[in-house]
Write a protein that binds this ligand. Structure first.
Ligand code: SF4
Length: 322
């Protein structure tokens, strides 16, 4: 059975050709984007945070930031973890499962028949019980977007297929969840300060520089402290726990969405046709799609220095055949 994950469907919706390279051929870029590797590092630290009680959680999370990170990137990540710890430690949630993988049949909503091609799959970050006894899927995200009330980020969640899939997945694992808490960490928007170029420096009568000018680069420790200050001044803009629930009508819509998408993907594989979508090439914060050079004919998907074969869903452990 092919595993139909939320990220696989997202890729196909965005661009069928991208889905073909990443999920059918299983070829992924060797060099990760900076945003992706930052998100992966914070994600690993949050997994550690949830694996223990609140008392030692922050120290453990810090230890799980990878070795060899750029010191300024690490400083930003540490500041975010400190803010995260403040946001969560007294909320009284108890983790029931961490990084739990699920699979469940894909069902044709018209006939009730089970797909012979696809199985829905995914891995939930955390399943936790809140102080009122309700159980939630908790899904960590790092973002540069505005995550405040009334913004596009929150509006998108009402239709987000991943939310629906994770609710169904948690239910299949035996947890009757109330919904998903989208646990969003917005990155600090400040950059490390650089020394003012010597030719631009202006000095006061006492020989000191004007306040907006610097005679040296900011250190990682100073940058970290400034990030902590910035996050602490506006915690609601940087840490959001957004509760998303699904009503029966939403679940019906989702059932048709995934079935139809599975059919389109099967048809694409059957015909060997995966149309390009030029509108998606620069969709992610202006960064080019990692396959742009291949689509433009400047590189080959078989270039071993640019791409490696990882399979369709490297984040999931192999499942037994149904
Ligand atoms: S470069 Fe554009 S057309 Fe090519 S796979 Fe990426 S998004 Fe699709």
């Amino acid at each position: 059975m092919n595993l139909l994950t939320a990220s696989r469907m997202k890729s196909f919706r965005s661009c069928a050709r991208q889905h073909y390279y990443a999920f059918v051929l299983g070829r992924r870029p060797i060099a990760e984007s900076a945003a992706l590797s930052f998100g992966t590092a914070v994600h690993a630290a949050l997994e550690a945070w949830w694996s223990t009680g609140p008392a030692g959680a922050l120290a453990l999370a810090m230890q799980h930031l990878p070795e060899g990170m750029d010191p300024f990137v690490r400083a930003r990540a540490e500041a975010m973890l400190i803010g995260y710890d403040v946001a969560w430690r007294d909320r009284g949630f108890e983790a029931l499962a961490i990084e739990k993988q699920f699979t469940l049949p894909l069902i044709n909503p018209d006939t009730g028949a089970r797909s012979r091609t696809w199985e829905l799959a995914g891995k939930v970050d955390v399943i936790a019980r809140g102080p009122d006894g309700r159980v939630w899927v908790i899904e960590h995200k790092t973002s540069s977007e505005d995550i405040g009330a009334g913004g596009a980020y929150r509006a998108r969640l009402t239709l987000d297929g991943q939310v629906s899939q994770y609710i169904e997945g948690a239910n299949a694992l035996g947890y009757a969840v109330a919904g998903v808490i989208y646990d969003v960490l917005r990155k600090p928007t400040i950059d490390p300060l650089k020394a003012t170029p010597e030719e631009s420096r202006k000095y006061k009568k006492d020989g000191s520089l004007y306040a907006s000018q610097r005679d040296r680069d900011e250190s990682p420790e100073e940058y970290r402290d400034r990030c902590i200050e910035s996050l602490g001044a506006n915690p609601d803009r940087h840490f959001a726990q957004i509760e998303v629930v699904r009503l029966e009508a939403d679940r019906d819509e989702y059932a048709f969405d995934v079935w139809q998408l599975g059919e389109l993907m099967r048809e694409s594989e059957r015909t060997g046709r995966a149309p390009r979508n030029g509108d998606a090439c620069f969709r992610y914060a202006g960064s080019p799609c990692p396959y742009l050079a291949v689509c433009q004919g400047r590189d080959s998907i078989n270039n071993p220095y640019a791409f490696r074969t990882v399979g369709a869903s490297p984040e999931l452990a192999p499942t037994k055949a149904a």
